[in-house]
Each structure stands twice: as structure tokens, then as C-alpha cells.
Design a protein around this ligand. Structure first.
Ligand SMILES: [Zn+2]
Length: 210
């Protein structure tokens, strides 16, 4: 027996989704078609159109949160495939790629925003149907993702903003100013209180001399 796309999504999360046949035909099916091609942004647009016409549809609200979650998930997968912008090189040396760190913090913000949208849609379902355990469980899952990402981006931001405060803004090698937002730099701990900062190329030159 063939299952409808909505039933398949519902099955994946064990969530009973309620949609009228009209909602299913005009919004759920076209949205699932986009989602099958991994176009979750397109799928979300279709669902948002549906919610404009049927604001209280539980099925559409759930799909909204689900596609928001999928968008967040794909950004997150993209990020984990990139090289880490902040890398410990051992012996108290930390390399920070400023441009990439900035970019990554921006993407983190996108993820947090879209997960927030997912959560908002779930809260709307729970207002209509407060005892839906499966939806409550999905919200807990989104919550935990949000918290984890919050910690990660907060750690990154702290390292990024605090380290220059300690190390100052002049390269130990060339004595020139450092632009932390755009350049790749190396921090080196020289004692428990002293932190040096170098442009990456200047630091590499130091290695060549030794
Ligand atoms: Zn330098």
C-alpha cells in the first residue's frame, strides 16, 4: 500500500498530522515534491503560502517546523564540511581565520533563526493541541539543538572577541596592525599571562628562521 507523502513525514516523527484534502492537494503535495528534491526552502515557501490561507492547519504548521528544521540541518552539515576557522596547533598556539570565523558566526545566526521559526510553529500546534506528546518531543529535540548551537557559537564568539583584547592588535613579527575580522592570525601563549599575536605569514617566517 502506498503512503501519502504527509503520512511518510508524519511516520518519520510519529506525529499524527491533520490536513484537509484541499490543504493536502494544494500545499502538502507540492511542498513534498520540492522536499524530495532537497529544496527545503522551496518547500517552506509552499507551506507558508498554505498557512497564509489556512493559519490554523496543524498539518501545515508541523510541516513548517519540519522544513525549518531541515533547512537548519543542511546549513549545519555545510558548516561541518568546512575547515574549522579556529584551530589549536598545539604548544599553546591557536590559529584563527577571522574572515571565516565571521562568516561562520553569521551562518550560526541563520541556523538559530530558522530553528526559532521551527519552534514557534510547534508552539502554535501545542496551543491547539497541548497534549500531543510526539509534537512535544519534537520541540524538546529542537530545543536541545538550539542550546547546543548556542553554546558552540557563544564559545566561538568569546574566543574571537576576547583573545584580541588580551593579545593586543599589533603583530609581534612585523609590528603592523592586525585586522582580526579579515586576516588569519596565530595566537601564542608565552607564559601564563602573556599572549602574542602574529599574522599567519609572519608566524610562518619565524618557523623558517628557526
Ligand atoms: Zn605581521
Amino acid at each position: 500500500m502506498e503512503r501519502s507523502p504527509l503520512a511518510a513525514t508524519a511516520g518519520a516523527f510519529n506525529v499524527p498530522l491533520k490536513c484537509t484534502p484541499e490543504e493536502t492537494k494544494h500545499f502538502v503535495e507540492p511542498a513534498m515534491k520540492e522536499a524530495e528534491g532537497s529544496n527545503f526552502t522551496g518547500a517552506l515557501e509552499v507551506v507558508n503560502d498554505g498557512l497564509n490561507a489556512h493559519p490554523a492547519s496543524e498539518g501545515l504548521l508541523f510541516l513548517r517546523s519540519y522544513f525549518c528544521y531541515k533547512i537548519a540541518d543542511s546549513i549545519s552539515n555545510e558548516l561541518s564540511a568546512l575547515p574549522q576557522p579556529i584551530q589549536p596547533l598545539g604548544e599553546g598556539v591557536l590559529m584563527v581565520d577571522g574572515a571565516m570565523t565571521n562568516q561562520m558566526l553569521g551562518r550560526f545566526q541563520e541556523i538559530v533563526k530558522v530553528l526559532g521559526d521551527a519552534e514557534e510553529a510547534i508552539n502554535e500546534i501545542l496551543q491547539v493541541n497541548p497534549h500531543n506528546n510526539e509534537v512535544t518531543a519534537f520541540r524538546a529535540y529542537i530545543d536541545s539543538k538550539l542550546q547546543k548551537l548556542g553554546h558552540e557559537s557563544e564559545n566561538m564568539r568569546m574566543t574571537f572577541t576576547n583573545t584580541p583584547n588580551i593579545a593586543g592588535s599589533f603583530c609581534v613579527g612585523c609590528r603592523k596592525n592586525i585586522s582580526f575580522d579579515t586576516q588569519t592570525v596565530v595566537f601564542r601563549k608565552t607564559s601564563s599571562t602573556q599572549l602574542e599575536v602574529w599574522h599567519l605569514p609572519c608566524f610562518k617566517q619565524l618557523g623558517n628562521k628557526n
